[in-house]
Design a protein around this ligand. Structure first.
Ligand SMILES: C[S@@+](CC[C@H](N)C(=O)[O-])C[C@H]1O[C@@H](n2cnc3c(N)ncnc32)[C@H](O)[C@@H]1O
Length: 429
């Protein structure tokens, strides 16, 4: 039950009972499994405390510095050995309610820095015994900051990025003007460059921009970028910034291209899709030369203003949006200042702006609608694929199909006001 719920939320799971074939070497397979997972959930029960295997597993997890999350399912007091062994781990008490325990478990998985797995599986689930009657309602909690790569390449997604990029471009311009003012022959790293169109439009034609290394983890958009930008100053590369070899990869690229340090790192609309943004920012800082700067644009729906919305249509659409997996962390903007500080940047400046419907023509208002609401229907369809039996998601889809045109019409009315939730930060190494 737990495994299903976690798998439905996008985790890959390793369980000894499922994964070890009859006749397999239990000890070797278990130690091998530990090497390849990002966290270890220990289902803690009387039975588990009596199992010698569990002791070995705890010792292995501790020695490998693997995040260990004990999940206690019965009222049996912790034995002295287990109290000592687990003294560094705050356990989740699910003995009074499995559902509540699952909620904490998911929150914990969201908040811990999972060890990078080799993409084999995220979680090692030690399964001793589980209550049968519990089903995690898939619409209650959706994991964010975990396996949330925004790399689906659909026409609508790409069109949205194009329109959104064109809109942001005019607001980015004065910020880039200032950043490039003091630069000569600048070398830039763009993390999550997609097909390269937006970064090239923004900085590709600047004379003092010599080279742009654009990385993306999606093979499809990387191939588009290669087709579009061969023999230009933009070099697209297929690199995942959340891969454990990220730093090594970029240092190698720097060496191969004789780059001592970047003048500027750009991360636009990517942090909201990352599992561990702090780690990526810490690495980004290392790639910069002394005095080099970082430009971050991201989203914060807390800044959205919609007025009037008498039927709460936009509110309902957003409420649905937050239950969908590919949506990303829509409150990411407010975290950026602290993330930059924690990763060692200084001179952190928020380049505030208001992108709203005032003074905008039909096309610009359409872009605002398209950037903020067009993707919801597709994302609900994705969720239905993941949870085919979910009545909730079907209802959401019906609602979205019935109301999305109405929302689009609202954006065209002069009596309607909408302010987007985006932020831009610039900081120095
Ligand atoms: C919303 S798009 C933004 C594209 C572009 N930066 C812009 O501002 O228009 C996010 C991009 O980040 C890429 N991305 C997401 N996770 C990534 C990761 N871990 N490593 C590299 N790229 C990633 C996605 O494939 C996608 O192309």
């Amino acid at each position: 039950m737990m495994a299903n719920a976690l798998q439905n939320l996008g985790f890959s799971i390793w369980m000894d009972k499922e994964n070890i074939k009859p006749g397999g070497n239990f000890l070797r397979e278990i130690s091998n499994a530990f090497l390849h997972c990002g966290a270890f959930i220990l289902i803690l029960s009387k039975e588990a405390m009596e199992s010698p295997w569990v002791e070995i597993e705890i010792a292995t997890a501790v020695s490998q510095k693997l995040p260990l999350i004990p999940f206690k399912i019965d009222k049996e007091p912790l034995s002295t050995e287990f109290s000592v062994a687990l003294k560094c781990s705050q356990y989740i008490d699910a003995s009074d309610g499995f559902q509540k325990g699952m909620k904490y478990l998911i929150e914990t998985l969201q908040s811990i820095d999972m060890r990078d797995a080799d993409n084999n599986f995220d979680i090692r689930l030690e399964l001793q015994q589980l209550p049968e009657q519990i089903v995690l309602n898939p619409t209650q909690t959706i994991i964010k900051r975990i396996e949330n790569k925004y790399n689906t390449v659909r026409f609508k997604t790409q069109e949205r990025l194009r329109l959104q990029g064109e809109m942001f471009s005019q607001y980015n311009k004065p910020i880039y003007d200032e950043l490039f003012e003091s630069l000569e022959d600048a070398i830039v790293l763009d993390i999550g460059c997609n097909n390269g169109n937006n970064i090239y439009r923004d900085i590709g034609n600047r004379e003092n921009c010599r080279k742009i290394i654009g990385i993306d983890c999606s093979k499809e958009v990387y191939e588009q970028a290669v087709d579009n930008y061969q023999d230009t100053k933009l070099t697209p590369l297929l690199v995942d910034c959340e891969n454990e070899n990220f730093e090594q990869n970029i240092f190698k690229i720097m060496k191969d291209n004789s780059i001592e340090g970047f003048d500027l790192v750009i991360i636009s609309m990517v942090l909201l899709h990352l599992k561990a943004p702090l780690k990526v920012l810490k690495s980004a800082r290392k790639f910069l030369k002394k005095g080099g700067r970082i430009f971050i644009r991201d989203i914060d729906d807390g800044l959205i203003v919609t007025y009037p919305d008498p039927q709460d249509l936009l509110k309902k659409a957003k409420d649905i949006d937050y239950k969908l997996l590919h949506t990303g962390v829509r409150h990411c903007g407010r975290e950026i200042f602290s993330l930059l500080k924690a990763s060692g940047f200084h001179n952190i400046k928020s380049c505030g702006e208001s992108i709203d419907t005032i003074n905008k023509d039909y096309d610009e208002r359409y872009t605002m609608f398209f950037a903020n609401f067009s993707y919801i229907t597709e994302n609900i369809e994705d969720m239905i694929k993941m949870f085919p039996n979910s009545e909730e998601f079907r209802k959401y889809l019906e609602w979205a199909k019935d109301n999305i045109d109405e929302i689009e019409i609202m954006f065209q009315s002069d009596s309607f006001f909408f302010k987007m939730g985006t932020v831009v930060f610039v900081a120095e190494k």
